[in-house]
Write a protein that binds this ligand. Structure first.
Ligand code: ADP
Length: 308
């Protein structure tokens, strides 16, 4: 197998991040006898590069996640990827990215996914900063619907963040990237987490054991960012951010509506046992009172929408 030779001055991790995988223009799923044409590059994560791919026979356009096999040499790396696919492959919900198939060729492992052409809430946030309360209500409600579905299946996502909340052309939210997800029994507390979630909950920082409540915490951070344009515990250093999380040190702008601030306080409760479960969040007053759009125009990715 031909592999690009690394520049001697670069560290192993830099090399891994910078080198895009060698991906053939025609990707072949031999088992199902499907050929895909590789299209435009969509983005990259820790391990994967993602491309638009078109099923040559049906014309269907999907997202193809490509992980080079040379990044899966160690057993724990393979186990982690297997766990991600194992959890994700059985899921079917309008607010969860659909995983269709996975297969490999000589160079890479491929996962075919429902295409989310409107990128993620991260890009929306970068463009718009704070969004209107109806928009925050619309997006967060869909996130909670997805989370409720996962929690019913005893799955904790553990890395809910704006960048993992993808958007299709109708601006429906689709939860993706199950790289840190795990399954839990009802009374089980997880002790380990291989990776650093973006909106890390205090019980994870304090190594108290964690479960479903970490996703509820993350929903609190997401709602906060959507409404106020910055994360609740944001600071100059990670150390300071972690200290603020441990002390539940955040403020809600006085301009916030009372329903939004009450919900945020519940979601960001320092004691995981006192946070509401997903089923209670979905019934919260914040979602029942105030305007909830049925759909949002694509223009809201860049501009404040005008609701009539
Ligand atoms: P990793 O598991 O390596 O972190 P991600 O799942 O975050 O990879 O995917 C990497 C990038 O690929 C994302 O940030 C996004 O830009 C793009 N991407 C991932 N899934 C999709 C999808 N279903 N539709 C469109 N783009 C996607």
């Amino acid at each position: 197998m031909q592999r690009a030779q690394p520049a001697p001055s670069k560290s192993k991790s830099q090399r891994k991040e910078k080198t895009p995988p060698e991906v053939p223009n025609i990707i072949v799923d031999n088992e199902r006898n499907i050929q895909y044409e590789k299209g435009k590059f969509l983005g990259k994560g820790g391990f994967a590069h993602c491309y638009e791919i078109t099923n040559k026979a049906s014309g269907e356009v999907l997202a193809g996640k490509v992980v080079p096999k040379h990044l899966l040499v160690k057993q724990y790396q393979r186990d982690k990827m297997a766990q991600e696919v194992q959890i994700h492959r059985n899921l079917s919900h309008r607010n969860v990215v659909k995983l269709f198939h996975f297969f490999e060729d000589r160079l890479n492992v491929y996962i075919t996914l429902e295409l989310c052409p409107r990128r993620s809430l991260m890009e929306l946030h970068k463009r718009r900063k704070a969004v209107t309360e109806p928009e925050a209500r619309y997006f967060t409600y869909q996130v909670v619907e997805g989370v409720l579905y996962l929690h019913d299946l005893k799955i904790v996502h553990r890395d809910l963040k704006l960048g993992n909340l993808f958007l299709n052309d109708e601006l429906q939210v689709k939860i993706g990237d199950f790289g840190l997800a795990t399954t839990v029994e009802t009374d089980e507390r997880k002790r380990t987490l291989c990776g650093t979630p973006n909106y890390i909950a205090p019980e994870v920082l304090n190594k108290m054991g964690h479960s479903f409540e970490v996703d509820i915490w993350a929903v609190g951070c997401i709602l906060y960012i959507l409404l106020f344009g910055h994360p609740p515990f944001e600071s100059k250093t990670l150390e300071e951010t972690y200290s603020r999380i441990k002390h539940n040190n955040y403020t809600i702008p006085t301009s916030a509506s009372s329903t939004s601030s009450q919900l945020i306080r519940q979601l960001l409760h320092p004691d995981p046992e006192r946070r509401p479960i997903a089923k209670a969040v979905i019934r919260d007053r914040f979602f029942k009172t105030g305007f909830m759009p049925d759909r949002l125009p694509v223009s809201c990715l860049t501009m404040i929408p005008h609701f009539n």
